[in-house]
Design a protein around this ligand. Structure first.
Ligand code: CMP
Length: 312
């Protein structure tokens, strides 16, 4: 099979059902190739620790999986060749491959392994040759498609969150560019009435901003006491910063009141992106109408064991 891929031929010549197309900003249509649940599992597990996918949320990951197309290689066939220009990223679904540098066998790998991402990141020549050791079925992604989809995701996020973020009070001191970077890092999440979004006593890794709807804040002053509703939050409000800023357990439980739309960012992004407003967030903490004194907040236990979870 040839490493260079032409989309105009995939629709008619590649195996794998094509259900529809996805459109990117340039109005180019990219075929979506349906995958069964086993394949999705393999793809998900393969990219779990892969740098190309580390900054994508579930929806974005799915968009990339959708356009990956299948390839079949017979034993001994070369998949990528050292020093040649690389265009594709690959995930092996079945079979094994051998990795050579200057014709010397370095290693082998099999199902759920990925390779070829350097070409997508740096456009550098291939540093190894990879040859099918057995018959191999893999899934490929064209680097250009990956870049276009990511660009499209970024543009869409900036369009849909840009206006909203301009009106979020806590982000007012950020400049336009900093707000766009916040938009890029957000993942949207939807909750139904009664959903518990964060629970007092749990460890926390996400920071939330409410886009639409309301939620209530509940606290209990001690393990044995009843939980008390202490506040209501609505669009433009934020929550979840205390666990991240102070590296401690959640100090309150947040429950959706009716349907609730939020955007969230994880700890890594929060630390990288919200640096400029860290001081403001920190200064605001004592202003909460908290029934737990601040000094006690420090001593709350972070528990990841569900058995130790407090009732709210
Ligand atoms: P965190 O402890 O990470 O998770 C629960 C969140 O509830 C907390 O951060 C605050 O963002 C938010 N919160 C809202 N109102 C209060 C309040 N009165 N006291 C404490 N936390 C509150």
């Amino acid at each position: 099979m040839n490493d260079v891929f032409d989309f105009s031929t995939v629709v008619t010549t590649r195996r794998g059902a094509i259900s529809s197309t996805t459109s990117i900003e340039s109005n180019e249509l990219i075929p979506i190739i349906e995958k069964d649940s086993r394949t999705i599992e393999i793809l998900s597990s393969a990219v779990k620790n892969n740098i190309l996918f580390s900054h994508l949320d579930d929806i974005e990951r799915k968009q990339i999986f959708d356009v990956m197309f299948p390839g079949f290689y017979s034993s001994d066939e070369v998949i990528i060749r050292q020093n040649e220009r690389g265009e594709h990223f690959y995930i092996i679904e079945e079979g094994e491959v051998d990795v050579y540098i200057n014709d010397e066998l370095m290693t082998s790998f099999g199902e759920c392994s990925c390779f070829g991402e350097l070409a997508l990141i740096q456009s550098t020549p291939r540093t190894v040759t990879i040859k099918a050791k057995t018959n191999v079925k893999l899934w490929s992604l064209f680097g250009e498609t990956y870049r276009k989809i990511l660009m499209d995701i970024t543009i869409k996020k900036r369009n849909s969150y840009g206006e909203f973020l301009n009106n979020v009070p806590i982000l007012q001191t950020l400049d336009e560019f900093e707000r766009l970077v916040v938009a890029d890092s957000l993942e949207s999440v939807q909750y139904e009435d009664g959903d518990i979004i964060v629970r007092q006593g749990d460890p926390g890794d996400d920071f939330f901003i409410i886009v639409e709807g309301t939620c209530t804040v509940h606290q209990k002053p001690s393990e044995s006491s009843e939980s008390i509703e202490i506040d209501t939050l609505s669009a433009g409000d934020y929550f979840g910063e205390i666990a991240l800023l102070c590296n401690r357990a959640r100090v309150a439980t947040i429950i959706a009141k009716g349907s609730l739309k939020c955007v969230k960012m994880n700890r890594k992004r929060f630390e990288r992106i919200l640096g400029p407003i860290r001081d403001i967030l920190q200064r605001n903490i004592p202003q909460y109408n908290s029934i737990i004194p601040l000094d006690q907040l420090q001593t709350m236990i972070i528990s990841s064991d569900p058995k130790n979870k407090e009732e709210y």
